[in-house]
Every structure is written in structure tokens, then in C-alpha cells.
Design a protein around this ligand. Sequence first.
Ligand SMILES: Cc1ncc(COP(=O)(O)O)c(C=O)c1O
Length: 454
Amino acid sequence: MKNLLNKTTEIAYQYLSTMNHEKIQVSEESRQQLSGLDFDLQNCQVNADEVIDNLNKLVSPATMKMSSSKFFGFVIGGSYPVTIASSWLTTVWDQNSGLEKTTPATAAVEKISARWMLDILGLPKQSATAFVTGATVANFTALAAARNLVFKNAGWDVESDGLIGAPELHIIISEESHPTVYKSLAMLGLGRNRVTKVKTDDQGRINMQHFPEIKDNTIIITQAGNINSGACDPISEICDLAAKKNAWVHVDGAFGIWAKASRKHEYLLEGYEKADSWATDAHKWLNVPYDSGLAFVKHEHALKAAMAITASYLPSENADRNPSDYTPELSRRARGLDIYAVLHHLGKSGVEELVDRCCECAKQFADGFTQAGYEVMNDVLLNQVVINFGSEQANLAIMDAVQKEGTCWVGQTHWKGITAMRISVCNWQTNQKDVEDSLSIILSIAESYKSNKA
Ligand SMILES: Cc1ncc(COP(=O)(O)O)c(C=O)c1O
């Protein structure tokens, strides 16, 4: 076993130490070689070393170098080395972390992680925390708690009696909400279409001039960090309006919530702690390995009512925090450990430095494009930059050429009626030099596109 683990460490080190210098693309040749993985399952055992060698030989070259310091697609972070190490230990310990009684160590670590997270994000101390797989499930989990309490206040027990015959429930949502939020609504039986969409301003924030009257029995879904512009909804104002009704305000803060960890950027989320629930990812801006997201719910009883298991054979009624009382899963990985590790490693100042550096890099990108005469479509207040090179055709051609060149990776988005280039900076390694090198490639591709067209 020792040889196997040492070999794997060597492979991992080799991969990580060369990653930032490699092309960010999957070559056709590596893609073709993946077929070597596909054979009829043999009838004998194969040595573990051989299995790992085979995976490394065929899979490693075909991986997209998403953790590279110059990967700017989607909103994807990397993994701090300390979290790769903690993730290995989590696997080694192999704790089925649903129940405190049987896995006290990981339950204790997650309890501390939860407290640290509430502290760094400036959320109410009493909030309950669920460690889930990502923001999609975090939104689902928080909205399940919302569904519980709003219905309970209307005299209906949704967990026992379901939705058939329930009182009417209203959903108010931004027209620029992330598509996964609609998926959560569908999974909760609330429907993708039974929503009132609120118009947004030029940065994708909910426009309060168009905000509908809030009726009783309403769930309002806001956003901290628009997927294109990074802009945050006027959450504080919405919470004040909702306070007078049987209404719940939820914040989808998959990446934007991290503005709160920076003294320079926290103003974007002033008053957001008045909401009832929040969702975020740790595998984005906090740079822990997949899959890691968190739901925070101010009303612990509502989250537990929605999530706790009451089967008699499970020791749920113990004194301490039983992790599975808060999550959709019973059996699960102790994913809160990586969060503990990275927060212990960075402290508040380290997280703030990460957030500020990424935002500065985004600004550097925006300045570079503007100075070269291209349109930056958003106010760059956080880590997102949307660029228009003049036409949809130009944007698509330039993005394609940048991806083929491979020094950096940029993605596309459709925003304000046009397909444009979107750059997102949230990797722990990204620095000024990465931005300079990437800008230089993107701008030279854009210039040759322009001169070829002329
Ligand atoms: C605002 C927002 N909400 C939800 C999600 C879904 O997150 P995940 O893919 O981690 O489930 C994303 C992903 O980019 C997002 O940006």
C-alpha cells in the first residue's frame, strides 16, 4: 500500500507542479486515447499499481487544466494545496458523516467550520449550516426550509401533507437568477414557471421600481453575485419590505457572497444578514476541491423540519449537532473538513487577500480591454468581466481562437442580447502576471481578427 500511495503522491505532485505551464485544452489525441479505458470487464483481479498507472496515462493528459491560474471560464476556483491534503485525509478516514454519535470527530470539525463561515460572512450566529455538494443543492436545501416555514405560518405542514391542497405560495425571483435555482424550485414541487420574475437594471440587479407587492406566503429569491456582472441585488431593501409579511428572503450567493469577507467589497452586501437564508459554494472562490457548497438558514427549526430523518433506528435525538439533520443526504463525505483546513490556513486576512487580489485582477483585465478600445459591458466591482469585441460574430471567433491557442481559457455568455466573452477570476494562484500574459494573447488575437476583417 505504501508504494501505491507514494506513487500517487508523485503523480499528483507532477500534475500540479506543471499545470500552470500547460496548454489549457484537451488535445484531439488525448481525447482519442480515452477509448483505451473502455474494455469488457475482465474476469480476474488487476494489481492496484497497474490500475493507477493506467488512469494516469490515459486520464491525466485528457483533463482540462481547470485549476490553472489562467483558467477564467465559468466561475471555477482551484484547490489550495492544504485542501488537497485535507481531502486526501478525509478519504483515508472514510467517515460516514451523517451521525454525530458514530463520527464525533468530523461532526466536531464541521461544527467549527460552520461557526467560522458564519463569522467570516457576517451572518447571524444562530444560523444553521448544511454542508452539501454545491450551490445548486445549497439553494435547494435552503428553499426547502423556506417552504417549510412559510407553509407552517400559513397553517400547513408540507413535510407531512405534501403540496396537493396546500395554500397558495408565491415566488418572486430576479429575471437574471441562475438557471439552477429554477431546477431547485422544480425539485421542490414549486414549479419552474409559477414565479413572478422581476426586471433588472443594466447590471443585472433587481430593479426595485419593478418590484411587485409582497403578499403573505411568499418566497423571494435574490442574488449576491450576478453570474455575468457580479452585481448584487438590493437585498437589504427587499428584506425590509418582506419583514411585514409571511415571507422568506433567500440569497443565492454562489460566489458573490465572498465580497463580505473583504473590507473593500463588503459594502456590496450591506444589510444582507437580514435575509432568512443564504447559499454559497466553497468549491468556487474559497478554492476547496469539489464538491462543496453550503446552505445557511436563520431558522434552524425550519431546516431541521425539512431535512431531519426520523427513522427510529437512527440516533437522531442526541445532544450534539447531528450533521444529517441539516442535509438532504444521510451518508456523506465529511466535506466540511476542507473548509476547516482552508480557513485555518488562511485566516480572515488570507481570505480577504484572495478576494481582493481576484477583484484587482478582474479590474486589470477590464482596464486592459478598455484601453485597447473594446467594450467592457459591466461595472467591474467584483471578479467578473464581460467583453464585447464589437459583434457577436467577432466575440465567437475570438473566444474560439483563444481557446484553441490554449494559454488561457475564457468562456462565453449571453447577456443584454449578445453573446459575449466572460472572464471570471477566482483561482487562488491568479496574479498580475497571469492577467498580463492572458491579456496580451487575447488582445493580439482580437487585433488579428480585426485586421483580417479590414
Ligand atoms: C449564482 C449561481 N448560483 C448557483 C450556481 C450553481 O452552483 P453549482 O454548480 O456549484 O451547483 C452557480 C454556478 O455558477 C452560480 O453562479
